[in-house]
Ligand binder design. Structure first.
Ligand code: S3P
Length: 194
């Protein structure tokens, strides 16, 4: 339970960050972009969506990048774009679901940011991703089994994040407040799970 006023919470978070960025990680459908954008608004920090930045840099959509050059090419671009964002001043960065699986990206994030994992269960992720069909990894006859496999592979790695917040089936603003509370409970050394 956090008893500070909202203004004091923000002040505390900015002092703990001490110039570092916040990086949202988690699976497709966890809400990284929406939640990240709103956290940035609350902290009055710039916001960047890494997938968007990759698309801008390549002048192609992510489905086009996968289609034209393959996943590995996309991953190389993803690693470079996130490294660049992390060198570009304090901000809130939403990453694509696979970004944190890269060891160099994890190291860069550890050095320049606080990582926040938006953890979600299978039902919520599937409910969210079913609404949109642009994700190359889920364009298969059985997206649910892909999602299960990705959860098994990635959740142990996502667990390295500094902060873990459950992305529940509630309004995004509730999750935003949960993230703010979790960040406000952070001291400079500890991990935090809500
Ligand atoms: C991916 C997630 C996507 C996007 C790409 C690959 C992944 O981003 O980067 O389709 O490997 O999980 P979102 O997590 O924002 O959907």
């Amino acid at each position: 339970m956090n008893r500070r006023s909202p203004a004091k919470q923000i002040e505390h978070i900015l002092s703990v960050l001490n110039g570092r960025s916040i990086v949202l990680i988690g699976l497709m459908g966890a809400g990284k972009t929406t939640v990240g954008r709103r956290i940035a608004q609350r902290l009055e920090l710039p916001f960047a969506d890494a997938d968007n930045e990759i698309e801008k840099a390549a002048d192609k959509t992510i489905p086009e990048l996968f289609e034209d050059y393959g996943e590995q090419h996309f991953r190389d671009g993803e690693r470079r774009v996130i490294a660049r964002l992390l060198r570009s001043g304090q901000q809130v960065i939403a990453t694509g679901g696979g970004a944190y699986m890269n060891a160099e990206t994890r190291r860069n994030i550890r050095e320049a940011a606080i990582a926040v994992w938006l953890r979600a269960d299978l039902d919520l992720l599937m409910k969210r991703v079913r609404r949109r069909s642009h994700r190359p990894l889920l364009k298969t006859p059985d997206p649910e089994s892909v999602m299960k496999r990705l959860m098994a592979e990635r959740y142990p790695v996502y667990a390295e994040a500094d902060v873990t917040v459950d992305s529940r089936d509630v309004a995004h603003n509730v999750v935003v407040s949960d993230v703010i509370d979790a960040l406000a409970n952070l001291d400079t050394t500890s991990k935090c799970t809500t």
